[in-house]
Ligand binder design. Structure first.
Ligand SMILES: [Ca+2]
Length: 282
């Protein structure tokens, strides 16, 4: 038995004999290269803020919806909980065919325009003022993207005083019609209340929808090691988003392969499907 033992590998690598060592060593090399690149970057560091890795808008971290322009209502004019604005901060995501049974995302009760945007105002834990420089939006809801309800043009605003403003515009961004998390960064800005104006969706005249809104703090340059750790954490999050994007594309290819023969291009007309809830204003 002892005679069949493989020659010892360099120290630290002798545990895996099933190919795991190959994968692990590749991963370790990638991490080592990334670390080296980042350390080199830190060495000539410009004092530039990075984003923290904690979503300070998440309800579990004290974030809350302060006000909202409208929410989808049922035929008795009661807000539909599965489409409530609270779902923007609940950490629940529609992923592929998985839909949280109690949280489809937020749906407004009307379609937004640039003149009459839909909007939400959020606050952080204890209504504290925070320095922020990144938001992440996942537009994915229980409705498919091709009916055009998902959020498109947005304007990010902040107030350091009251939930009613005055608000300062931070920037305008475009959310693409894909079920992936999308990151928008901007120079660090103090925010006690964040208002997200929704200026348009992707074509529906019924409402605008969005799955989750995340907000991240700007970390003022400090200890270099702390910054490296934060960057690594952000890198891991970016890698996860990249992976999710790949999984989505794979799923789409499978879906298209399955549905294409049976279904000619009905999607191209982008017709609204019959709505479950009534539409009194139409
Ligand atoms: Ca959600």
């Amino acid at each position: 038995m002892g005679g069949s033992r493989p020659a010892p590998m360099p120290s630290g690598m002798q545990i895996h004999s099933d190919g795991g060592a190959t994968n692990m060593s590749r991963g370790v090399k990638v991490l080592a290269v990334l670390l080296a690149v980042m350390m080199a970057g830190a060495a000539m560091a410009q004092p530039k803020a990075v984003s923290g890795a904690v979503n300070i808008a998440a309800a579990e971290n004290g974030g809350r919806i302060v006000a909202v322009s409208s929410e989808a209502r049922d035929r008795n004019n009661v807000v539909i909980p599965q489409w409530s604005a609270r779902n923007l901060l609940d950490g629940k995501y529609v992923v592929g065919t998985f839909v949280p049974p109690d949280s489809y995302g937020w749906s407004s009760n009307r379609a937004p325009t640039a003149d009459q945007p839909e909007w939400v105002v959020i606050a952080f834990k204890n209504d504290e003022t925070r320095l922020i420089n990144r938001i992440v939006i996942d537009p994915t809801t229980d409705d498919p993207p091709y009916i055009g309800r998902w959020v498109r043009d947005i304007e990010l605003q902040v107030s350091t005083t009251t939930p009613d403003g005055p608000f300062k515009t931070v920037g305008r961004f475009v959310v693409v019609n894909k079920p992936i998390k999308q990151t928008f960064e901007f120079p660090p800005v103090e925010a006690r209340y964040v208002r997200l104006l929704i200026l348009s969706n992707h074509g529906s005249d019924k409402c605008v929808e969005m799955g989750e809104l995340e907000v991240y703090e700007a970390i003022v340059p400090g200890d270099a090691l702390d910054q490296l750790i934060i960057r690594l954490e952000n890198l891991l999050e970016d890698l996860k988003r990249y992976r999710d994007g790949l999984l989505y594309q794979q799923a789409r290819r499978v879906e298209e392969a399955v549905t294409r023969p049976a279904q000619p291009p009905a999607e191209a007309t982008a017709q609204e499907q019959p709505a479950a809830e009534p539409q009194p204003n139409q």
